[in-house]
Design a protein around this ligand. Structure first.
Ligand SMILES: [Zn+2]
Length: 142
């Protein structure tokens, strides 16, 4: 698979195996995305046995958006590529707040009626719904 030469784009590496689809969703790369995207599943990895990799041409993902990936795959690393060189590299970290993208699983929560969701991070990598105050694990949000 020859996808290494990205001139401008984002590579997300060390994704927990099986989570590439969720990463695409979190970065809002859908079927209408006009540029090349490569998803490589179950790549052998020294650290974790297997991992997924997502390479997105034509999109420079912000650190804020990229940190959403930590919800499903803590430890994923992000490479921002410009002019065929790695301009910035960082490991994702859990965001303090998650707004809009996540759904509250409490059937009685007011956000079920269409209000925009908001969760705030608490200790132990858990998030509390701003509206119903129920507590969720990070991976339960997405
Ligand atoms: Zn709620």
């Amino acid at each position: 698979m020859q996808v290494d030469q990205i001139e401008m784009g984002t590579v997300v590496d060390h994704i927990k195996a099986g989570k590439a689809g969720k990463v695409m969703k979190l970065l809002e790369i859908g079927e209408n995305y006009p540029h090349r995207v490569a998803i490589v599943l179950n790549v052998p990895s020294k650290k974790t046995k297997t991992k997924d990799i997502v390479k997105i041409e034509g999109k420079l993902v912000s650190e804020e958006s990229a940190n959403l990936i930590a919800l499903v795959s803590p430890g994923a690393s992000v490479n921002i590529i410009r002019n065929s060189k790695i301009e910035k590299k960082f490991v994702v970290s859990l965001p303090k707040e998650v707004s809009g993208i996540a759904k509250c699983a409490n059937p009685n929560c007011i956000t079920g009626e269409g209000a925009k969701t908001l969760f705030r991070k608490e200790d132990g990598e858990r998030y509390r719904c701003h509206f119903c105050e129920r507590l969720f694990k990070a991976e339960e949000l997405v």
